[in-house]
Design a protein. Structure first.
Ligand code: HEC
Length: 131
């Protein structure tokens, strides 16, 4: 085998080992809970990860796009008071769902610590974005 081929082969192997390491890097328990919440409650409108990359409402910002914003943490901490969420999200003991708002979509009930889990998930979202 000539030298150049060997170098290319070695570089490929190193690259693959780095990539596979990133793939198997474990998510924290909080992040896993956050992913579950996102898949259950947010994925019907948002792209929340690689799993539903092609199934969501196109005009709704994806979590990847939101995560890239400087103030993503604030946006996710208070997303439930930002439109259109007040009409569909209820945070136990925090928000009081307005009776005037029509429930055209099934309501999302969350607890404050579930928002922390969502943020833990968002924190590591960049790492899994490589498809
Ligand atoms: C019924 C559809 C729908 C569901 C369900 C939904 N969202 Fe949204 N979300 C939207 C739309 C539409 C926007 C864009 C609003 C805008 O740009 O004015 C948005 C925007 C956001 C933003 C950015 C807010 C801002 O002002 O920048 C965040 C953060 C967010 N959503 C988080 C969530 C989370 C977390 C969940 C799940 C718990 C969720 N959303 C569920 C429709 C939805």
């Amino acid at each position: 085998m000539n030298l150049l081929l060997k170098i290319i082969l070695i570089k490929t192997l190193i690259f693959l080992s780095i990539v596979s390491k990133a793939d198997t890097a474990p998510m924290s328990e909080a992040a896993l809970r956050g992913l579950e919440i996102a898949q259950e409650h947010c994925s019907r409108c948002h792209v929340v990860g690689n799993e539903n990359r092609y199934s969501s409402i196109e005009t709704t910002p994806s979590f990847f796009g939101l995560r890239a914003m400087k103030d993503w943490r604030i946006r996710f901490t208070e997303f439930y008071i930002r439109p259109p969420h007040p009409a569909l999200v209820n945070i136990v003991d925090v928000t009081e769902r307005s009776k005037k708002l029509p429930a055209f979509v099934s309501e999302i009930n969350l607890k404050l610590d579930q928002i922390d889990d969502l943020i833990s998930y968002l924190e590591q979202l960049k790492k899994i974005d490589k498809k």
